[in-house]
Ligand binder design. Sequence first.
Ligand SMILES: O=P(O)(O)OC[C@H]1O[C@](O)(CO)[C@@H](O)[C@@H]1O
Length: 512
Amino acid sequence: MTGLLPSKSREWAALRALVGAERPSLPDRFAGDDARLARFSLEAAGIYFDFSKLHWGPAELAGLTRLAEVADLAGWRAKLAAGAVVNGSEGRAATHMALRAPDRRAAHAATKALVERVRGGVFGDIAHVIHIGIGGSALGPQLLVDALGAGGDGPAVQVVSNIDGVALARACALCDPARTLLVLVSKTFTTLETMTNADSALAWLAAGGVADPKRRVVAVTAAPDRARAWGVPDGQTLDFAESVGGRYSLWSAVGLPLALRCGWPAFEALLDGAAAMDAHFLAAPFERNAPVLAAMADVWAAAFLGCATRGIFAYDERLRLLPAFLQQLEMESNGKRVTRDGTPVDFPTAAISWGGVGTDAQHAVFQLLHQGTHADPLEFVAVVEPGHGLGGSHHRQLLANCFAQGAALMAGRSAETALATSGGDPVLAAAKSFPGNRPSATILLARLDAFALGALLAFYEARTFGAATLMGINPFDQWGVELGKEMATALSGGVPDGLDASTRALLGRAGL
Ligand SMILES: O=P(O)(O)OC[C@H]1O[C@](O)(CO)[C@@H](O)[C@@H]1O
């Protein structure tokens, strides 16, 4: 489809025709199709995916599968896996899958050795790690440590990203400088937030009596020369390839905090889980391929049905950072307005990704989801095995609440049923009725260990890539964040010529 908008294809037009046709409600789709659950659910790499409560049926699935074929998803997927150039605007491959491939040993040898040195006491009795990075250099590792770190016996990890000094000050307050290792993570080793925090963290170490604070620094970067120039001692920089994008980098040495906290076998298990999902993504037919099905569902919802958002709710406290991680993965990857060849798209691309944690979110935002005027798809992620030993009814109630949301969103409650509990008052009955027919997907993990988390995150990566391919866009660049960065640099140095009146006034009020 090079040179052509995917929306100009026959396959796209056929899907559009389905949007205009009379479309059954979700309950009617279930009632009229005994095979629905089997068709739209599957297991991959030990994870169960249920896409049956989404607004599609056999015709949409067939049309989207055809779209995937003409978009050459198979060809792009093969290019991705082979390390061919898939990021045209930067002339790069995207090689994160190679980092978890079965023959990955060489790529991780230096990281493994460093983990063994730190855990073996070569840097002293390290009890704390302050990991400094931002965006992809923070969200992934922070999610890994938050999800799996409770089972670890290594140093406690604090992740600092924001340039607001409050973030670093809070982390430092939890750490003993005499027993702290700084891990500076920046692909470019130029990012303003990270370099500013790094300088202040060094000053904190020095003020805490550490004689040569740079000896307590480990750098993770694709620009090792810059790390050396900054003063990271030899042997303390772990590098990764330029072709590993920031938001895809947790599989590289960027995932170091998990290995420091939980040990090298945990990191290997994470990579194994991702490799298992990759194998599924690369081999399964589109209609039985979890990431491809999810990608099709995403494109169908956003580009055809006009759903502007997708909410992700983790029904597991250990996955509370998943929505934030996915925001970067999905919005930085697929928040694009031109195709790979620079043609402006005439359809919405990535939905706004948002979400929270269940059951908390039920008591905060679910009113709108059940009864408000938006009906965008939601996604529930839950884990069968509890992450605690408290016993009692916690976990049964948690899962029951999760599954109840999807069922209630779909079923709704009619005005007639509501009337029966409203003493015949039609106004009260109207307020108590739910439209239903609201879509959701559910992802169920048997347990949350490193393998399962690796598989889950690889699923989301492949899904994001799949959706990009169906839409003909490049998911691996992020030029849209540059202008804001350039302006911030200009504004921090004064008032540039031609600046608008509103921003000039704000600078004045802040004394800048
Ligand atoms: O790892 P770096 O180079 O510090 O960049 C951090 C983040 O900044 C971004 O470039 C966006 O500004 C992300 O893509 C990246 O993950």
